[in-house]
Design a protein around this ligand. Structure first.
Ligand SMILES: Cc1cc2nc3c(=O)[nH]c(=O)nc-3n(C[C@H](O)[C@H](O)[C@H](O)COP(=O)(O)OP(=O)(O)OC[C@H]3O[C@@H](n4cnc5c(N)ncnc54)[C@H](O)[C@@H]3O)c2cc1C
Length: 237
């Protein structure tokens, strides 16, 4: 991607270690306001030693959050951006970004089931917050994570559910069964787990996670009878 007039210059702030693998941070534009829809992502550009490096990350904040956007990045790769974010980025750093993506939620999509695999919760978090804070619709967020300490945004999600107890719902499943935890659902999201949810009561389903997670769960939803025209996902790779 070329740097162009749609690029926004921004300051990094509020860097947090959210889970053992994942850091989150805010980007505050130096001028103007950023317009985006829940579910969109940004290409972040950093200039270091005369080189421009790029990384793509979903926006986790609600568009109605004033002044800044929030991102969360898993320490998964050795690429330059991941190493910069996890090893050397500090509050006050300057970056630039632009917004992209068409897998978005808007109010006419009504009630939504959000199925997240691992760090794939990031765009769904923006949708979940948007539905809770800015609509009268319902959302059920079902998150599959490999370890119990990788349920990103767990406390924030639980707080939102307490604030909107009749409209926002949260389920977790722990896919590595080595941890023995009480009241915990184990194993990946499967057709039988989905059949225990009121899937067909939702108007839209959003999927995000590893490629195989998306394709397998898409097939399960079709087998259950969910309308494929109302299943939304975006593959990055
Ligand atoms: C649209 C989109 C947005 C993204 N946004 C970001 C971002 O903002 N930040 C970022 O760092 N990366 C982002 N990514 C990158 C991407 O999510 C990860 O690199 C990749 O998906 C691996 O995630 P993970 O390590 O959490 O997966 P894993 O931990 O390997 O898996 C996550 C969970 O999914 C389950 N799972 C895996 N496969 C299946 C299957 N076939 N069926 C059922 N369950 C399964 C696992 O058991 C586990 O519970 C994004 C990717 C996409 C497609």
């Amino acid at each position: 991607m070329k740097e162009d007039e749609t690029m926004v210059s921004a300051i990094v702030s509020n860097i947090r270690q959210e889970t053992p693998s994942t850091k989150s941070f805010d980007l505050t534009p130096i001028t103007g306001k950023v317009h985006f829809l829940p579910g969109q992502w940004v290409d972040v550009l950093v200039q270091i030693n005369g080189r421009t490096e790029i990384g793509g990350y979903s926006i986790t904040s609600n568009p109605s959050q004033k002044g800044s956007i929030s991102l969360a990045v898993k320490d998964l790769n050795n690429d330059f951006m991941t190493r910069y974010i996890h090893d050397s980025m500090v509050d006050g750093d300057m970056v630039s970004f632009n917004v992209g993506g068409t897998c978005t939620y808007s109010e006419e999509k009504n009630d939504a089931l959000l199925l997240a695999g691992g760090i794939g919760i990031t765009p769904l978090m923006s949708i979940f917050k948007n539905i809770g804070e800015d609509t009268d619709h319902k959302a059920l967020l079902f998150h599959s994570a490999s370890c119990s300490n990788e349920f990103l945004f767990e406390e924030e999600i639980k707080t939102l559910c307490l604030q909107h107890p009749n409209r926002l719902f949260y389920r977790q499943t722990l896919s590595r069964n080595s941890e023995q935890l009480r009241n915990q659902t184990f194993g990946r999201i499967t057709k039988s787990k989905l059949q225990k949810l009121p899937v067909l009561c939702f108007d839209a389903v959003f999927l995000c996670g590893p490629d195989k997670f998306i394709s397998d769960i898409y097939e399960c939803l079709i087998e259950i009878g969910f309308d494929k025209n109302h299943i939304y996902y975006e593959k990055w790779w």
